[in-house]
Write a protein that binds this ligand. Structure first.
Ligand code: BGC
Length: 384
């Protein structure tokens, strides 16, 4: 059929408007469909991390976010500037936002129980990440490393490095431990103290400062500058007469970094003491290369995050948290139902195994993908 020009134009216009309406309806369907999918299917994970400025927690936060997003979850990530009130506030916001699971690395594990009552009311499952949350039933699971073994490894390292079992000498050591508000700090400290106890009892190891109790060795906020200042005071009071310092058991790299600084500026002995750490912070790894720190206990953050994501998925799928579940994780860990009592209950725990890093096996860190060598292949840097 041949249409004259006017009729042809009319027909074209009609066809065009029908076509536009069809597109609009299709788009409308898609928008409401996508909305439905967003509201119904895509779960949101609320992540509360202690502080972005602390290398360890920045690494955890960013890695967890990436991993959850890769698995198709929405993520709300909050850092609390290492401030307890700020974290309470952050968690309240996450609860108000109706996140589907809360994953929390507590600034102070003893201050969250009230806030978490609101999570319980809303049936939001809670995973304590790395640090246990105390005095609450609201915690469903704890994902961490075997914290006691971190201290054991440090104590054992010092015994071996000083060759304490092979000589008749005695050695002077000091302890620098973490914030007592962090439940982990006691595990690290106890692991180390139990390991060296027989050496202290026999007089093989002496602590010239006499600082052995938790409150004497603790470092509020795990703050590097407080560790530095405390070590300077210890050196001024007990070592200025030339007393030799053989080792400092530091629970974490954030502490050893301050301790190394104090020793380099204020210690008169000719030796560099054996110094332990934990985490593989870049500045501590540099100290290890330069001979200022002896070792760090490395806890693979990507493994810890992998386990946390798997546990979250299991909870959201209504699976039981048990021994068998760990066989589905990509990282090896133990399922522990007894060790972590938070005052209200024994919290089901999945615990990973830490590893010793010295200057001889730094390559193992590069192999994790979280670090890379600098151009001279001298120091490790964070892999972007
Ligand atoms: C973590 C350590 C960390 C320390 C200081 C602890 O709870 O387990 O890995 O070194 O906090 O941030």
């Amino acid at each position: 059929m041949i249409l004259n020009d006017g009729k042809a134009m009319d027909m074209k216009r009609k066809l065009k408007s029908i076509f536009c309406m069809a597109i609009a309806v299709a788009m409308g369907l898609c928008v409401s469909g996508c909305d439905l999918q967003k509201k119904g299917d895509v779960k949101t994970i609320g992540l509360a991390m202690p502080a972005k400025s602390l290398e360890r927690w920045n690494r955890d936060g960013e890695y967890l976010k990436k991993l959850f997003e890769k698995e198709g979850y929405n993520v709300e990530l909050r850092y609390s500037d290492n401030n307890t009130d700020q974290q309470v506030n952050d968690i309240q916001v996450l609860i108000a936002d109706d996140v589907d699971v809360l994953l929390i690395a507590a600034v102070d594990g003893s201050t969250l129980f009230r806030t978490l009552e609101d999570a319980q009311i809303k049936n939001i499952p809670v995973i304590a990440y790395d640090r246990l949350i105390m005095n609450t039933d609201a915690v469903d699971c704890y994902v961490s490393f075997d914290n006691y073994s971190v201290g054991e490894i440090q104590g054992k390292y010092v015994i071996d490095a000083l060759k304490a079992d092979e000589t008749s000498e005695s050695y002077n050591i000091e302890l620098v431990t973490g914030d007592t508000a962090d439940n982990n700090a006691a595990y690290f400290r106890n692991g180390a103290v139990d390991t060296i106890k027989s050496y202290l009892d026999s007089g093989k190891f002496k602590i010239p400062s006499g600082k052995i109790e938790a409150e004497q060795t603790a470092t509020p906020g795990w703050a590097t500058d407080i560790a530095l200042e405390n070590m300077q005071n210890t050196l001024a009071s007990y070592y200025s007469d030339g007393t030799k310092l053989d080792a400092v058991i530091c629970s974490s790299d954030v502490l050893s970094i301050g301790v190394v600084q104090a020793i380099r500026s204020d210690y008169n002995g000719g030796n560099m003491p054996v110094i332990t750490g934990q985490d593989g912070d870049i500045a501590a790894l540099k100290n290890i290369v330069d001979g200022n720190q002896s070792m760090t206990v490395y806890k693979n953050v990507s493994d810890e995050a992998d386990v946390a994501v798997s546990v979250t998925k299991a909870i959201l799928e209504g699976k039981e948290l048990n021994e068998e579940l760990k066989d589905t994780f990509s990282a090896e860990c133990i399922f522990d139902t007894q060790s972590y009592d938070n005052g209200n209950k024994k919290v089901l725990s999945y615990l990973l195994t830490p590893q010793v890093i010295t200057k001889d096996n730094l390559d193992e860190l590069a192999e994790t993908g979280s670090y890379k060598w600098d151009e001279e292949h001298k120091y490790l840097e964070a892999a972007s």
